[in-house]
Design a protein around this ligand. Structure first.
Ligand SMILES: [Fe+2]
Length: 203
């Protein structure tokens, strides 16, 4: 029986394989064994899940099917939040969340690569942070500014591939619209809490 999780994993894979022309995507794909066992997880909601409707409108032609599938099945997914209001304030917590599709704690079990989706509401800054794992993001919606290392913020659009090397600071800042992005992690502890750099001590 095909579950909504199988469907989401297949759509994630299709989209990622469509971007295999990008060397970093090709490289991550080589590490993913798609025959992953499903993991039964209780669904968990976040306040920001209503943002997903708008992200479907904002998605590109290529990313809309994946964004729409995620929005349609949002209530069956286990959404998470790494940060609390004590970290970045209540507004952040109300406008932020992620779901791990596969990884050490996701809807599918994978010890090598973790992947999922991040949603951020409008007017949110996810400040400088870093982690050991190497990371790929592909924004499924445009209009968010991204920065890495010492570089300035730069606007990124849907279907762009954003690569964060191990332990290099990176940050995102949404504008007037929400962000939906897919992410992949590998090469480090796959459930590690990021270290926040900006104006804060190491966590
Ligand atoms: Fe990151």
């Amino acid at each position: 029986m095909t579950t909504i999780f199988d469907e989401l994993l297949a759509a994630f894979r299709d989209y990622l394989e469509s971007r295999a022309d990008v060397p970093t995507v090709h490289d991550f794909l080589a590490d993913i064994d798609w025959a992953m066992p499903a993991r039964a997880l209780d669904p968990k909601a976040i306040p920001g899940s209503s943002l997903l409707d708008r992200t479907v409108d904002l998605a590109s032609g290529a990313t809309r099917p994946l964004a729409a599938l995620l929005a349609r099945h949002r209530d069956q997914l286990r959404w998470g939040q790494t940060y609390t209001a004590a970290d970045f304030g209540q507004h952040f917590v109300d406008n932020y969340g992620w779901v791990e599709l596969f990884g050490t704690r996701g809807h599918f079990d994978n010890d090598t690569v973790a992947a999922g989706f991040l949603v951020l509401g409008p007017g949110i800054e996810y400040p400088d942070h870093h982690h050991i794992a190497e990371e790929l993001y592909v924004p499924l919606t445009g209009g968010t500014e991204w920065r890495m290392g010492d570089a300035a913020y730069r606007m990124r659009w849907a279907d762009e591939v954003v690569h964060h090397a191990t332990n290099v600071d990176h940050a995102m800042r949404t504008g007037t619209e929400p962000l939906l992005a897919l992410y992949l992690w590998r090469g480090g502890p796959l459930a590690q809490r990021s270290t926040i750099t900006a104006n804060r001590g190491a966590e």
